[in-house]
Design a protein around this ligand. Sequence first.
Ligand SMILES: *Cc1c(COP(=O)(O)O)cnc(C)c1O
Length: 460
Amino acid sequence: MNHDDLAHWSKIAADWARDYHAGLRDVPVRPNIKPGSIASQLPAKAPDAPEDMSTIFADFERLVPSNTTHWQHPRFFAYFPANASPASMLAEQLANAIAGQAMLWQTAPAANEIEAVMIGWLANAMGLPDTFTGTIHDSATTTTLSAVLTMRERALDWAGLTDGLSGQPRLRIYASAQTHSSVDKAVRVAGIGQNNLVKIPTTSDYGMDPAALDAAIRADIAAGHLPAGVVLCTGGTSIGACDPIDACIKVAKAHNLFVHVDAAWAGSAMICEEFRPLWEGIEGADSIVFNPHKWLGVQFDCAIQFMPDPSEQIRTLGLRPAYLNTQGQDEIVNYNEWTVPLGRRFRALKIWFTLRAYGLDGLRERIRNHVAWSLEARDAIALIPGCLLTTSPRLSLFTFSYIDDVETAALLERINADGRIYLTQTTHDERFVIRVQVGQFDCTRDDVMMIPTVIRDLIA
Ligand SMILES: *Cc1c(COP(=O)(O)O)cnc(C)c1O
C-alpha cells in the first residue's frame, strides 16, 4: 500500500463514513454480544505475506461496525458522549495526513501557534479573563495529574523532583466525594497516596462544604501534615455536582493552596453566559480542565487546561536537555514542558475547524437544546408510574430510579438490550440509579423523547 493507494482508499473510506453515520439511527446503540466473540474471529498470528487492502477492508466491514458501541449514535445518553462533529473529523484526517509531532515550536510551528490562539479563543468564549493561558492535553485525567504534580512540587518547594518524597511530611490534597476517580488516580500516581486525598463532606446540594474544607486543612496543619492543594468540580460525573467555587477558593487561598477545577463535561456549557453562575469565582482558580471532546463536538481526544500562570507547572514538568533546545530561541513556548508526555498530536486543528464551521452560536444552540430537552425528558419520566427522579438536572444530567434497586437494575438491562437508547448507572445516596445525560452532537428532540418512550414500552 502506497500513497496513491491511500488516496484511492481514503475516498472509499469517506463514502463509508457518510453511510455509517446516516444509518446509525437504525442500529442498536450498543451491540448485544458476548466478550471474546470478536477476538475469536481473528487469526492467532499476523500474516507473513502482505494482504490486499480490499480483503482487509472487507474484514473491517464484516467485523467492526456490528460489534461497535456507537458513540456517535444520536441516542447515546450514557456516560458523557465523546462527540465528533463532521468538521472535527475532517481536521483529524488532515492532521493524520501531516502526522507531525508538536512537542516543540520548531517541530510544528503551525500546530503550536494555532494551539495558542485556540486557547485564547476558548478562554474568551467561556468568559475567562484575558490573563488565562493554557495548553491541550490528551485527557482530563492527565491534565488533573499535571495539576496535582504541580500542587505537590509547589508545596515541597520543588524538592520532590530531585529528592523524591521520602522524608517529606504527609502531603494532603482535598476534594469532595463527587469528584471524578481521575483525582484518586492522580494522587496515587503522584506518590501522594489515596489516604492523603481528603474527601470533604458536601452540603445538601452535593457541593463541597467550604467550612468543612477549612476545618480539614486546619486539622492537617495541626497534625504536622502538609496541605498542597484543592481539586474542585463543576459538573461531577455521577450526578453533576458543582462545588461552590468562589467560597472554596477563598478558603484555599487563605491557606495559600493551589486550586484545580475539573469541569470536564460541564465546562463546554460555559460558552453560554447563563450557565456561568455554576462556576462563579472561577477566575480565582490556578488551573481548570474541560474536554472539548465531550460537549463542544471536537473529536476525541482533546482536553484543555487553562492557567493564569503556567510557570509553576512548567517548573514541575519541564525539562530541556540539549537535544530539545531550539537554537537561538530561549523564550519560545514549548508545550511539552507544560504536559506529561513529550510527544504531542496536532489537536488544535480540530478545535479551529469546529469553532469556525459551527460558530459559537451554533455550539451554544446545541447545548441549550440539550439542556431544554433533558428537562422535557425528565418531566415525561416523572409521570411514568414507578419512576422516581433521584436527582434534578445539572445542565443536561439527571438520574431516576424505578421501584427499588433490583427493579432499577433490571430495567436498565432491558433498556440497553432493547438498543434504541443507551443509558448507564451510578450509585447515589447508596441507591442504584439510572443516569440520563443528553449531549450527543446530532441528537434531536425526538431522539431525546425516545427515552421516556422506551421506558414506557419496557415496563408496560
Ligand atoms: C469525563 C470526565 C473525566 C475524565 O476525562 P478523560 O478525558 O477521559 O480523562 C474527569 N472528570 C469529569 C468530571 C469527567 O466528566
